[in-house]
Design a protein around this ligand. Structure first.
Ligand SMILES: [Cu+2]
Length: 153
């Protein structure tokens, strides 16, 4: 009889804990939803290749030099349907290592525009490995597309 009481008490203590999330559990869909809605999934881009980021715009990117350890410049050109360069957009770049999220992430840094109407950002590759630069494209203050540039150092 005593054994049954102990089992019931144990269950009562443990059940509420099972309902909670552990620290390593991935967040639920509903918890992630607001961020998903505001930031489109990044489209992977290829160097020097035109990629459509929306119905109206396509982009191309190049590096100043072949990426290696140290600072490099990333140039992004945004074109409209008429194949004309666009400058009325705001771009941000977040550099990071996909395998070390949080270690080197720069956050969304605004890109500048040069005289050739290219959006520019300096990327500091501080160590060897896979790198990613997430680009966000905004018009009238609203992010409408995102792109991902990959580099192997
Ligand atoms: Cu690293």
């Amino acid at each position: 009889m005593k054994g049954i009481y102990i089992t019931i008490i144990t269950l009562l203590l443990v059940l509420p804990l099972l309902g909670q999330h552990c620290g390593s559990c991935p967040p639920t869909e509903s918890a992630k939803a607001p961020e998903k809605a505001s930031t489109p999934a990044p489209k992977e881009l290829s160097v020097n290749k035109a990629e459509w980021i929306s119905n109206d715009y396509y982009v191309k990117y190049t590096w100043q030099k072949k990426p290696k350890i140290g600072t490099d410049l990333l140039f992004v050109e945004v074109y409209n349907k008429d194949k004309k360069l666009v400058k009325d957009m705001s771009l941000t770049a977040n550099s990071f290592m996909p395998t070390m999220r949080g270690a080197h992430d720069t956050g969304d840094v605004p890109m500048k525009m040069n005289k050739k109407m290219q959006y520019v950002i300096d990327v500091n590759f501080v160590m060897a490995g896979e790198w990613g630069v997430e680009l966000k494209f905004a018009k009238n203050g609203k992010v409408f597309a995102a792109g991902l540039v990959k580099a192997k150092i």
